[in-house]
Design a protein around this ligand. Sequence first.
Ligand code: NDP
Length: 293
Amino acid sequence: MAQIIDGKAIAAQVRAEVKAEVDAWVQAGNRPPYLAVILVGDNPASASYVRGKTKAAAEVGIASDTLHFDTSISEAELLAEIARLNEDDGVDGILVQLPLPDHINPSRVLNAIRPDKDVDGFHPVNAGRLLLGEPGFVPATPAGILELLRRSGIETTGKHAVVVGRSNIVGRPLAALLLHRGIDATVTVCHSRTRDLAALTRTADILVAAIGRPRYITADMVREGAVVIDVGINRVDDPSHPRGYRLVGDVDFEAVAEKASWITPVPGGVGPMTIALLLRNTLYAAQRRYAYA
Ligand code: NDP
C-alpha cells in the first residue's frame, strides 16, 4: 500500500515558511509584498479561485487587491490596466485569472505582464528561462509538485518521469523542471496523440497525470512501486454528496494506491501546493529574487 503524500500538510509548511520570511522582510523595514489580481467577468469557479488566493495571501501577510472587471472590458482597456500595474512600484506581483472572455486574447494579455512581476510564470520570458534552466518564475503547480517530491524525500536523479499532459501551465513546465540539473530526471511527455500510453506509463518511476479525465490512469498502467502524482481535478456526479458532485483526480486512486510506493490524493495533494507556491513567488517578486535562482 502506497504512502500518502499529504499536500495539505506540506503546503501548510511552505505557507508557514513564506509567512516567516514575509514577517522578517517587513521587520527589516520593507512594505509587505503586494499582489494585484485581475478578474474579468463572473465565472463562479474563477471568483472562488481568486478568493482562495487572496485569502491565503492575507494569512501570510501578503497584501492584495482583486481588480474585478465586467466581461465587457475591451482587450485594449485590460492591457492599459496591466501597463499601469507594471509601472506601479507598489505592485510586486500581477496575476490574471484565466479563462478570459472570448474577445480577449489570453496570450496578448499574459505577454503584457512585466516578467519580473509575472508570479504565475506564464510569460514567454519566464517559460524560456525555465526551459534553459535559468532563474525565473516557475508556474506554481509544477513548482508545487517538485516541493512535494523533495519534501517527501523522493529521489529524482536518474529516475524515469513520465508526464501525461503537455499544457503550458502544468505538463510542459513540469517536464522542463524535471530536466533541470540537480533534479536530473529522464523525462517522457505524453499527450492525446501518444501511441500506447499504458506501455509508456508502465515504465515510469515517477508518473504524473495532468490530463483532466476522471480516473483515467488505472492500476494496469502503473508499475509496482512507482511514485504517482495526480494533478487532475475533475467533478463527478455524486447524488449522495450535499453539493451533488465530488472531486476526483486523473488517477483511479484506490486501485493505484495498492501498487504505488507514494501517491497524492485528490483533494489534498497537488491542489493546496499551487496556492502556497504562488505566495512564495509573490514574496520572491517583492524581494526581486527568482524561484530556483
Ligand atoms: P489541459 O486540458 O490544458 O491539458 C490536458 C493535457 O492532457 C493535454 O496535453 C492533452 O493532450 C492531454 N490528454 C487529454 N486526453 C488524453 C488522453 N486520453 N491520453 C493522453 N493525454 C491526454 O489541462 P491542464 O494541464 O490545464 O489541467 C490538467 C488537469 O489538472 C485538469 O484536471 C485540471 O483541472 C487540473 N489542474 C490542477 C491544478 C492544481 O492545482 N492541482 C492546476 C492546474 C490544472 P493534447 O495536448 O494532445 O490535447
